[in-house]
Design a protein around this ligand. Structure first.
Ligand SMILES: C[S@@+](CC[C@H](N)C(=O)[O-])C[C@H]1O[C@@H](n2cnc3c(N)ncnc32)[C@H](O)[C@@H]1O
Length: 322
């Protein structure tokens, strides 16, 4: 069975096709023999599409032209039914690359939400991979399973959805990669850290800067993870027509941040930082978790290494002033 969700060759009954008009308006239809989609410009008959190639221009009875194309994975991710917010394709793409998701990988994901990221992960791990997905709410898990089934056209043998709070129901299996997309990923870092293989990658997707800070400091306080890489992805459309070449009018708004980190071997602690934190970063007003690799006299939770000089932060580094 083809688990990619990609179909090639002539359009078949039961497949979804997107029709786009000359104003860019889109309509998704499920091809059924004998059926029609009725528009103000007359009907489009499904039978005119079934058996024909992908990428055809079809004309309604009233003379309106539509471009018919099979949706790609990113089209489906943003159009599929959802009860929870989804990870957008621009971040899903980053997660697959920076999370180093590979064919055959054992991946953990929580929460499942509407299953948008699950689709990208299932495609990346392929038929040999395993995806353990955890979701607190049964209703969301049901939506996600329906969305994935509809896209790939069946069940992925390596996909297991468990309903419950990740920390309470997490399985003991070792995992190669983990992705957390939830309100409080810092609550799950110990549990995930116990199962992640040495060198394994953890990616946390969070929506706000406050969450980003909390997850970064929790990883530092854990001590068994590398210094997290913190990123935001922006994607800008461009308009290029003859001599008129400029950024497009639509700006992609903020969606979220990624915190990416790797698991150290058991018993290993991230090396003590040789650079001071920014002034006031871990001062008396700071109430979050304190990094294990910063000495206590600098606001961390680590012990002072005798004779080890601590450098001043580089001049360009920002941060709160005391
Ligand atoms: C933003 S949604 C995830 C969206 C999903 N990644 C997607 O692309 O469709 C966050 C989900 O995490 C679930 N959640 C939050 N905390 C959780 C936990 N501790 N364990 C399991 N699921 C959790 C919520 O119920 C919610 O469905």
């Amino acid at each position: 069975m083809n688990l990619s969700g990609v179909h090639t060759g002539p359009l078949r009954e039961g497949e979804r096709v997107t029709l786009t008009d000359n104003k860019g308006r889109r309509k998704s239809i499920l091809l059924e023999a004998g059926k029609s989609w009725h528009t103000t410009k007359g009907a489009v008959h499904h039978d005119d599409l079934i058996g024909g190639p992908d990428g055809v221009v079809i004309t309604s009875v009233g003379g309106m032209q539509y471009l018919a194309l099979r949706p790609l994975l990113h089209d489906y991710m943003v159009a599929m039914p959802r009860d929870a917010a989804v990870i957008y394709p621009k971040e899903a793409a980053q997660i697959v690359m920076w999370g180093d998701i590979f064919p055959g990988a054992r991946v953990l994901e929580a929460g499942v939400g509407s299953g948008a990221l699950s689709l990208a992960l299932l495609r990346a791990i392929g038929p040999e991979g395993r995806l353990q997905s955890y979701e607190r709410r049964q209703q969301f898990a049901d939506v996600a399973q329906r969305n994935v089934r509809n896209f790939i056209g069946g069940e992925h043998p390596g996909w297991e959805v468990t309903v419950g709070d990740l920390v309470e129901v997490i399985k003991d299996d070792q995992i190669d990669r983990a992705i957390l997309d939830m309100l409080a990923p810092w609550e799950c870092i110990d549990a995930v850290g116990e199962r992640l293989i040495p060198g394994g990658v953890l990616v946390c997707y969070v929506a706000t800067a406050t969450q980003l800070g909390r997850v970064a400091d929790t990883l530092r306080a854990h001590g068994g993870f590398t210094e997290p890489q913190l990123t935001e992805t922006t994607m800008r459309d461009w308009h290029a027509e003859g001599l008129a070449i400029r950024p497009g009018h639509g700006t992609s708004s903020h969606t979220g941040f990624l915190a990416i980190s790797r698991r150290l071997a058991p018993g290993q602690q991230a090396p003590m930082r040789s650079r001071r934190p920014a002034p006031g970063a871990y001062g008396p007003d700071y109430t979050g978790p304190r990094p294990a690799n910063i000495p206590a006299d600098l606001g961390g939770a680590g012990s002072v290494v005798p004779g080890k000089p601590v450098d001043e932060p580089p001049a360009e580094e920002g941060g709160p002033e005391e």
